[in-house]
Design a binder for this molecule. Sequence first.
Ligand code: SF4
Length: 457
Amino acid sequence: MNTSFIDERRITEVLQEARPPRDMRLRDILERAETLSGLGLADTADLLMVAGDDRLQIMEAAGRIKRKVYGDRVVVFAPLYLNNECVNNCLYCGFRQDNEEAVRRHLNPQEAVDEARALAAMGHRRLLLVCGEHPRLSSAACIAETMQAIYAGADIRRLHVNAAPFSVDDFRTLQEAGIGVFQIFQETYHRKSYSAMHPSGRKADYNWRVTAMDRAMAAGIGDVGMGVLFGLYDHKFEVLALLQHIAHLRGTFGAGAHTVSVPRLRPAAGAALQQAPYPVDDEQFKLVVAVLRLALPHAGIVLTTREAPAMRDELLSAGVSQISAGSSTSPGGYLEKNREIAAVDQFKVHDSRSLKEVLKAICNKGCIPSFCTACYHKERTGAGFYQIAGNRELDELCLSNALLTFKEYLQAENGKLKEQGERIIRKALNDINDEHRREQVKNRLAGIEQGERAILF
Ligand code: SF4
């Protein structure tokens, strides 16, 4: 398949010409971004050059754009690692085949259900299933079987999947099993760095990986999650390449990235690479996140527990719309009984707060935690999702569903979070301008107090 949509020469030219915009020009770019029309490569490259106090303006604009599209809600999810068996040798990963220290573990469907139940008992409703690349243990059929078992055996409403690239037929298997988002990161779009970081295994094939989203979408999976591993190559190059990739998908399928994740390289036990060759410092990282929000106003921006609590809390005001919470990055890591035999982590978690602590932090930032999965059940996916988001219809839906799902969570709570949450819900309810919608939400909140669940818009 043609992979010329990643045009390294063009990216290099744009970066050579990029200059930090000042005063009028900076204001002009920010004003255009706030119309939610996104940004092209040249504007994005210029913004990535900005230093000093001007960065704050960009972060504030990113916060405003996020609120315009998604309102104050922050979607919360957890990863569920199905295995750490992998045939690849990515230098930065603890799961790599040559890591002899790794305790290998593969969860069978029942063990995965048990983990999912533990997460559901915490309050989670959307999970990201994660597995290594393994032709037998992580085949589409195996993942689909596990998905079906979890849907049947645990109170989980949507499963996203992070796995290796599949064929169109295999992607169809995942689609039929009820996948939400298929997530795969290119890690680095820079071909030379990609080859150096992925010396063997199927993942050594850049083209097979970079065309995975095309096959997923051709199979009918509307929502794809994209990203790079920041630290493997120049972060400015990676951001522009990501935009090229997304523009290609948008042009071909009418929908770009449903989510964009922003992992930064973290040390992992047994990884061959412990230092990032192109480290991204905290200030650069914040700018990257904010600029992505400006360039891709309708994408969910996902920040995981790779980042420290202070960074995660700060970026909630600068464009982030989804975060993982209470995470374990080890197969079998959630169940107490499995702790002693839990396998090696994929990377070291930097935010080890519990789900409850993260929810408190979200509330303290003036945001509303959301366990919503409504769009996947109401066929608001792919190009349809983009259309609704583009028409500015999403913020009200998201807010209403955040209130309902947070209320569901609070039913099992008592103490300070319950009080704080109920206060937030009452205030947000009063702030809904549309009287009809306000009444609907009010009635459904009352229904939840009576034991109703999953009555989402
Ligand atoms: S309404 Fe849709 S976009 Fe908004 S939180 Fe729910 S699933 Fe996500």
